[in-house]
Design a binder for this molecule. Structure first.
Ligand code: ADP
Length: 287
């Protein structure tokens, strides 16, 4: 049997050339993007997608050019939340044009391609549940998406990351040192514990940690127009990185996210003001 050392070059697979070609396409595709901002956490269900979409909206309202790449390929929420679930991907001048929200945010989400009733399966020749294989396929897909869509001239490309502290670091590796990170937590010790792992893991690398957002920090009661406690947590110990702001839970926002329609009165609510504050903090902390 032949060993690896007996195979000349890459054995004819052109795998190295393919990686180099894809890297060149990605670099070329993102040449017009000023900032790469990844919104992660480590924890799931804490509001990464909701904050990504609404921070993008607050930045767009400031006149910035923003797009979102929903990198949660197996649990994509952006298509539904941003109202681009049935959007068609149409050929642009060179690459594929991005579906856009009514306020002009370009959104790529697997949810526009794969119906919610279907799972996204990565065909595997590996035995059983091979996480390595899965991660490899996911990043190959991410590379394809980055290289195939028209990102154009953007101030920010925001990545809505999947859960998992380890995956958050894999995204940092893939996107390279120019990607900055915003982490999302909720005020529970369970969430803070997981997000602290992401902070620790990311801190070992070169990526800038812009800070964290505490989401669901209270419940906005529309009947009494007051923010009430939601979690029975005391003073938050923080995460050792800047806190970009706290955002309360507003059931109306959740309802509008479910339907993929913008919440008209958002700017006048505590949630809208909180998101606006976080968006400004995020902008101020960009390199
Ligand atoms: P993640 O991306 O971290 O998995 P999501 O953004 O999907 O989390 O949020 C989980 C659920 O909570 C969604 O239904 C979303 O609409 C809702 N949600 C998140 N943050 C808020 C908020 N501040 N106000 C109202 N609903 C929220």
């Amino acid at each position: 049997m032949k060993g690896y050392h007996d195979i000349a070059g890459d054995g004819g697979s052109r795998v190295l050339e393919q990686v180099v070609e894809q890297r060149a396409r990605i670099t070329d595709g993102l040449a017009g993007v000023r900032h790469l901002v990844a919104v992660g956490s480590g924890k799931g269900g804490v509001g990464k997608s909701t904050l990504t979409l609404h921070l993008a909206g607050a930045l767009r309202a400031r006149g910035l050019r923003v797009a979102i790449l929903d990198a949660d390929f197996n649990g994509p929420s952006q298509a539904r939340m941003a109202g681009v679930q049935g959007a068609l991907f149409v050929p642009g001048s060179h690459k594929v044009a991005l579906p856009r929200t009514a306020n002009g945010i370009g959104v790529f989400s697997m949810g526009s391609l794969v119906p919610e009733s279907e799972a996204l399966d990565f065909e595997s020749t590996a035995q059983g549940e091979s996480h390595t294989w899965r991660a490899t396929r996911e990043f190959a897909l991410l590379g394809e998406i980055l290289g195939s869509f028209e990102w154009g001239t953007l101030d920010l490309l925001m990545f809505d990351l999947p859960p998992g502290a380890e995956r958050t670091v894999q995204y940092a590796d893939f996107l390279g040192p120019r990607a900055s990170f915003v982490l999302v937590t909720i005020p529970s010790e369970v969430s803070l514990g997981v997000v602290a792992r992401s902070v620790a893991a990311l801190s070992k690398g070169p990526n800038r940690l812009l800070g964290y957002v505490e989401n669901m920090s209270g419940y906005y009661c529309r009947d009494c127009n007051a923010v009430k406690p939601l979690f029975a947590s005391g003073e938050s110990p923080g995460l050792g990185i800047p806190c970009l702001g706290t955002v309360p839970f507003d059931p109306e926002l959740a309802r509008h996210c479910d339907r993929g329609i913008p919440l008209e009165d958002l700017p006048g609510t505590p949630v809208g003001r909180a998101l606006d504050h976080v968006a400004q903090q995020l902008l101020d902390s960009l390199p």
